[in-house]
Structures are given as C-alpha cells and as structure tokens.
Design a protein around this ligand. Structure first.
Ligand SMILES: Cc1cc2nc3c(=O)[nH]c(=O)nc-3n(C[C@H](O)[C@H](O)[C@H](O)COP(=O)(O)OP(=O)(O)OC[C@H]3O[C@@H](n4cnc5c(N)ncnc54)[C@H](O)[C@@H]3O)c2cc1C
Length: 403
C-alpha cells in the first residue's frame, strides 16, 4: 500500500499515544538517567505495562501495510529522550534479525524471550560489530563451528559496542562459518539465556545515549543447540554451496535487511532533531534581547526556518524509504541509506543550532539541548556511518565498485 501524507486515524492515535508517554514519562526522567548512566529498568517496565514494550506492540506496528507506523513510533519516542528510548527500542534490533533470518518456530521460541513480560521485562542484544570489524563487517573474526556429534554450534570471538550486551536475556550473534567466503560465509545464532562462556567485563562510558547500556561481549567456546542457527542448517548449507560456486545473492539479501532498519534509525534521529528544534523555537519566543524576542531577530528566525525545512525534508525521505521497504520495492538509489544519512546529519545540525540559539543556557545541563546535542552524534556513526551510507548511495547511482 502506498503511503499517504495524511495519516490514518490509527496512525494519528499511535503518534499521540506514544507522544504522551514520551512527554509524561521520558522527558521528565531523562536528565536523571543520563547522569546515572544506568539501564532504566523502571522505565522499560512502565513501557511494558502500557503495552508499548513487547512482542504484541512490535507486531502491531510492523503490520501497518504502509510501513509508516514504525517511523512514527520511533520519532515520538526519541523526541522524549534518546537514551531512554534506546533502552526501550534496542531490543528490536535483535528481534529484527530473528525476523529477518529465523523460521516460524524460531520466532515463536525466541522473540517472547527477548522482551520477557510486564512483571519482569527483559532486553535483547544484536551482536555484529567487533574491535577490528566495524564498517567492514566482512572481516569479522568471531567463528561458529558445528559439532555434528552433539548437534551443537560452538561460538568464539569478541563483539564490541553492543547495545544491551551482557545484560540481555537473548544475544543474537553473527559469526563466520566459512571465513574464506567473507560476509557470504556468515550466519546468525541465538545465544539462549544462561549459556556458559558469555562474558561482558567492560561497559563503555559514552558521550551520549548514556541511559542505554553499551558493552563488549566475549563468547568463549559458547555451545548452543543446533536449532539456534537462524534459518536452520539446510538453508545455510544451500547458501554456502551457492556462495562457493560464486552464484550467491547473499550481499543483496544483507542490503535488503539494512534497507528496512535504516529508515527506523533515521526516524530516531528525526525525533531528536525535532525535539531540539521545538525547544529552541519556544525558548526564542520567550527570550528578549535588544528589546525584542529572539524570534524577531532575522538571524534566529531564519535559522529556525531552515531547521523546520530540513526536518520535514528528512521525514519525507524516512517515510518514503520505510514505505518502500514494507512494500518490497527495490531500493535502486539506496533510498534507506539516503534517509538515514539525511536524518542523522540533520539531527547533528539541528541540535548544534539549538544549543547556539539558547546561548549560555544551551550549554548548561539545566536545559535538555546539550544532551540532545550529545545524543544526536551517534546517528552519523552507528547502523552504518555517514560515509558508509554515501558509499551505498554512490555505488547504487554510479555502478562504481567503490570500497
Ligand atoms: C552507542 C553505540 C551503540 C552501538 N550498538 C551496536 C549494536 O547493538 N550492535 C552492533 O553490532 N554494533 C553496534 N555499534 C557499533 C557501530 O555499528 C559501529 O561503531 C559502526 O558500524 C562503525 O564502526 P567502527 O566504530 O568500527 O568505525 P570504523 O569502521 O573504524 O570507521 C572509522 C571511520 O572511518 C570511516 N570509514 C570506514 N570505512 C570507510 C570507507 N570504506 N570509506 C570511507 N570512510 C570509511 C567511517 O565512516 C568512520 O568515520 C554501536 C556503536 C555505538 C557507538
């Protein structure tokens, strides 16, 4: 279904409901959790209690045939506060990878365990990045070996920068099964709760998104049952055989997965950008200098006009890419990357400008724009840096084999 710029009644209800939670629960708690740098379990639980965190909520959002509900939900939640919102949405990265690669039985077995329940919520982690494999995922060193006698996979390696790493109930881990095949020789595995050999010793102290837990995770000969290989062994064997013969479409499949997740991440950046813009606009209406509100000074008014325009432009790219991904339209120009690139860069520019518009107040922790400024920077880095997005777009539009 093609998306409409006039939102449906259900989409408006979703937007208003999530906005209410973001305004009433996230915004007032944001500073405290940012400074505590701790996982905000009470907030996750509150989201779970009202049905905003959990399998049903996610399934309902994903089922929107226009694809717009997911970006709408993310924009509103991240408008409230990015660190708290990531603590709520971080699990969906792992869930998305189970959806992308798993069988029906695997979805039924593992997705509920990612969320837990309202009384005891759990989180999940998606573990791909490594100390020496960030942008270049094909150079991953984590290995998975199959032990036929026990029908178990044995996973060994180190993952870096993992959202919810070490505190997750479920870790979804990508590993090389046939390293010589690069990214075509990789597979994803569910590491169930309580698996021996999973260790996380270093939580990373960060610039922003401080309420969201980020850590290194070590997998030391971790044995997982055969059924934990997402997609199953038969499918993996077929895929590896095709890759060995050089007739695999694996890289296109990975690209398709990213095209789905990137608009969602773009929507998160958009939420931060809009929050900073709105805060600066409201402040500029009240603040008087040289006998007039700041909005009566053209330099400030034009800056606000530019931000408003850029944010709307980014939203159109995000919605288009989300709609294309949901309706399986080919991304011939890297539209998912365009959306993530634009929204990430707009978030950085908007938050920086918001700090500037508030002047000294913007630099103080009494106002949220300094936090938004710190949070926004992540969006030119993770889920593919801005340079990697440009690489994807440039390859798509020129056909050049850039590296
Ligand atoms: C807060 C946070 C949370 C994260 N959460 C997760 C998570 O849950 N799971 C997960 O798997 N990962 C996660 N990551 C990791 C993230 O995806 C990586 O940091 C990102 O992919 C970049 O990799 P890198 O940090 O190794 O940078 P590098 O790849 O070392 O890049 C360094 C610089 O070089 C540039 N560069 C690299 N290659 C090229 C090229 N070919 N052309 C031009 N420029 C290039 C990059 O754009 C960047 O500017 C997270 C990161 C952060 C900071």
């Amino acid at each position: 279904m093609v998306f409409s710029l006039t939102l449906s009644e259900e989409q408006c209800e979703l937007r208003d409901w999530v906005h209410g939670f973001a305004a009433d629960v996230l915004r007032p708690a944001a500073r405290e959790w940012d400074e505590a740098e701790q996982t905000p379990w009470p907030i996750i639980q509150e989201a779970a209690k009202i049905g905003l965190y959990g399998f049903e909520s996610l399934a309902e959002t994903w089922s929107d045939p226009t694809g717009l509900s997911l970006p709408i939900l993310n924009e509103e939640l991240f408008w409230g506060d990015a660190g708290l919102a990531m603590s709520i949405m971080g699990t969906s990265l792992a869930v998305a990878s189970i959806f992308a690669a798993g069988t029906g039985e695997q979805l039924a077995e593992w997705v509920p365990a990612c969320f837990g329940d309202a009384d005891e919520p759990q989180v999940a982690a998606f573990c791909t990045s490594e100390p020496d494999a960030g942008s270049d995922v094909s150079s991953m060193r984590t290995r998975a070996r199959y032990d036929e006698a026990s029908d178990e996979w044995i996973i060994s390696g180190q993952k870096a920068w993992i959202t919810n790493g070490g505190i997750a109930n479920i870790h979804v881990v990508t590993a090389a099964v046939e390293p010589d095949l690069g990214s075509r020789g990789q597979a994803a595995f569910v590491v169930p709760p309580g698996s021996r050999g999973v260790e996380s010793t270093r939580k990373i102290a960060k610039l922003g998104l401080r309420a969201s837990h980020t850590a290194d995770v070590f997998f030391d000969d971790v044995r997982v049952p055969g059924r934990c290989l997402l997609g199953g062994k038969e499918r993996l064997d077929r895929r590896l055989a095709a890759a060995r013969e050089g007739r695999s479409a694996r890289s296109q499949a990975a690209m398709a997965t990213f095209e789905v997740s990137r608009p969602t991440v773009g929507a998160q950046a958009l939420g931060i950008a809009r929050a900073a813009y709105e805060y600066a606009r409201d402040y500029a209406r009240e603040r008087v200098q040289f006998g007039r509100p700041l909005t009566e000074h053209q330099a400030i008014a034009f800056a606000l006009a530019d931000l408003h325009t850029e944010i709307d432009a980014a939203r159109l790219l995000v919605w288009r890419a989300a709609s294309m991904a949901r309706t399986d339209q080919p991304h011939t120009a890297g539209e998912g990357s365009m959306a993530k690139l634009k929204a990430g860069e707009v978030a950085v520019a908007a938050t920086e400008k918001a700090v500037q518009i508030l002047g000294g107040a913007g630099y103080s922790r009494e106002h949220p724009v300094e936090r938004m400024y710190r949070d926004a920077k992540l969006y030119t880095i993770f889920e593919g840096t801005s340079e990697i997005q440009r690489l994807v777009i440039a390859r798509a539009i020129t056909g050049a084999s850039l590296r």
